[in-house]
Design a protein around this ligand. Structure first.
Ligand code: AMP
Length: 316
């Protein structure tokens, strides 16, 4: 079993010993309820670093009032078993009071659009909470590298920015988004979905697949790509979209034309969960999504002899 640490001081002492012995340190921050997406971060860290520490902390400051903080899944035994199987050296599992002791006053805030747009706009204060806890983890763990998933693409951009701005010297390593067999992006919050909602939720990766297919066919208009996603979302009335946007992957500014490497980001609310998803155009594979005939994955790989699919876009 990995060593369990429960205070920032203990984490710092452990990391100092490792670094004094000349070993490189990798940090994988998580909120637990681990799945294959998390595992991919740990596997990468294990391959690249001499010592790996994962953190499990459901950070209250990144949840807005009315969000799912109190019901967030916390299957700690299963999480530890996975981290043990992945040969993680230590797991940092602090109590809320250990991270935010009475009297704590300091937060980290990113100015400007990056943290205020999209997720920032729909979850006020979210990125202040993320930036503060990630900074605290970087300060305590002093890793050479910290691993983050592209699933939370805006969070990744925020973390990259703060790691640079605060001269942390930590390399932020981006790991590809991992999907479930049916095409849905893996998320701890998928546990909330009813079977019906889960089937409806596939409209999100289906929308991304439709847009990515259009992009692969040469479409570059952001409005047209957004409309392709929205068309799929509209087929699932159980989803209330928060946003669909084509953005620069670093600034998260909306782009009118979609160059290779830009992102489509999607967020939508369902009765039981709020879901986000993303794809990097021209870089990520077109998601293959289970579902009814005519699903976008089929359209993306038309078999010879099939009628050509006409794009849904009406924007010139
Ligand atoms: P969370 O526990 O949701 O805070 O996520 C911890 C880390 O795992 C973050 O860097 C996430 O971006 C990453 N992550 C979560 N889901 C996935 C996924 N499906 N694929 C890749 N990384 C993921």
């Amino acid at each position: 079993m990995p060593r369990i640490l429960d205070t920032p001081d203990a984490l710092r002492a452990m990391s100092e010993r490792w670094r004094a012995a000349g070993m490189s340190v990798g940090l994988v921050p998580t909120m637990g309820a681990l799945h294959e997406g998390h595992r991919s971060l740990v596997t990468r860290a294990r391959a690249e670093c001499d010592r790996v520490v994962a953190s499990i902390f459901v950070n209250p400051t990144q949840f807005s009032a009315g969000e799912d903080l109190s019901r967030y899944p916390r299957p700690i035994e299963g999480d530890l078993a996975m981290l043990d199987a992945e040969r993680v050296d230590a797991v940092f599992i602090p109590a809320v009071e250990a991270m935010y002791p009475e009297g704590a006053r300091t937060t980290v805030h990113l100015q400007g659009a990056l943290a205020e747009t999209l997720e920032g706009a729909h979850r006020p204060g979210h990125f202040d909470g993320v930036a503060t806890v990630v900074t605290k983890l970087l300060v305590a763990a002093r890793p050479d590298r910290a691993y983050f998933g592209e699933k939370d693409a805006q969070q990744l951009a925020v973390v990259r920015r703060l790691a640079r701005d605060l001269d942390t010297g930590v390399e932020i390593v981006a790991c590809p988004l991992i999907r479930d067999a049916d095409g849905l992006a893996l998320s701890s919050r998928n546990a909330y979905l009813s079977p019906e909602d889960r089937a409806e939720a596939l409209a999100i990766p289906r929308g991304l697949a439709a847009a990515a297919t259009l992009w692969n066919q040469g479409e570059r208009s952001a409005a047209c790509l957004v409309e392709a996603v929205q068309t799929e979302l509209a087929r699932s009335p159980a989803i209330a979209p928060d946003y669909v946007a084509v953005v620069d992957p670093d600034s998260f500014d909306a782009v009118p034309q979609a160059p290779r490497g830009c992102r489509i980001v999607v967020a939508g609310r369902m009765a039981t969960a709020r879901l986000i998803d993303t794809i990097r155009l021209g870089c990520d594979e077109v998601p293959v999504v289970a579902g009814p005939a005519g699903a976008a994955a089929e359209r993306s790989n038309p078999r010879p002899g099939r009628a050509e699919w006409s794009p849904p876009c009406s924007v010139s």
